[in-house]
Design a protein around this ligand. Structure first.
Ligand code: ZN
Length: 203
């Protein structure tokens, strides 16, 4: 197989913003897909090396076709795995199997209908991420910011209270997602070098 057949995914997101090299996977769809990918694949991590993702991550196309933006064809990946995959046969195989697994699974179809009472784990996670988002929104709109640890504890309590579930690790993942570079909030250090969450300017 010629090397030219493989495409890099250049949908790289960084502090400097989104580089829209491809228009195919829209900003809006990325935002919509992000929580679903995090839930489906078990965290805000690179699907290939399982490392936790930070500022830079890529919506990686499992079949290397960047026009194929079905959520089944997407995983989150770190930049180095995205590049490594181009020449790594094992990773290609894993990606192909993962695509098949996603196509056979019902993840997406289960999530899409309106969420009523939390019945499955996915529903619970979706409600919890919404509770976390609303809480951050409310407090930050009123107070301008919220200490990170306070957000973590309050959201864990609220989620547990409302859905019966809310581990600190899960809440930490939601907060990470809500403060990622495409999201409406960000984490900064205050004058005492404590982590606080504020609204991302321009959002
Ligand atoms: Zn990786």
């Amino acid at each position: 197989m010629s090397k030219a057949k493989w495409h890099y995914d250049f949908n790289i997101i960084s502090h400097r913003g989104v580089f829209p090299v491809t228009k195919n996977l829209s900003y809006h769809k990325k935002l919509e897909d992000l929580p679903i990918l995090i839930q489906r694949d078990g965290g805000f991590t690179c699907w290939y090396c399982k490392k936790e993702l930070k500022d830079q991550y890529i919506y990686e196309h499992l079949n290397n076709n960047r026009q194929d933006n079905r959520i089944e064809n997407l995983v989150l990946a770190c930049q180095s795995c995205n590049i490594k995959k181009i020449t790594d046969f094992d990773m290609q195989i894993r990606a192909r199997d993962k695509l098949k697994e996603n196509e056979d699974g019902n993840f997406v179809r289960e999530i899409k209908p309106e969420v009523k009472m939390p019945t499955s784990e996915i529903d619970i996670n979706m409600s919890n991420s919404e509770i976390t988002r609303q809480y951050l929104e409310e407090v930050i709109n009123t107070d301008g910011s919220i200490p990170f640890s306070d957000a973590l504890n309050s959201c864990a309590f609220l989620c547990k209270d409302k859905t019966g579930h809310g581990s600190q690790q899960a809440i930490r993942n939601y907060i990470q997602m809500l403060t990622s570079s495409v999201a409406p909030f960000m984490v900064i250090l205050d004058e005492k070098k404590k982590k606080i969450i504020v609204k991302r300017s321009g959002k």
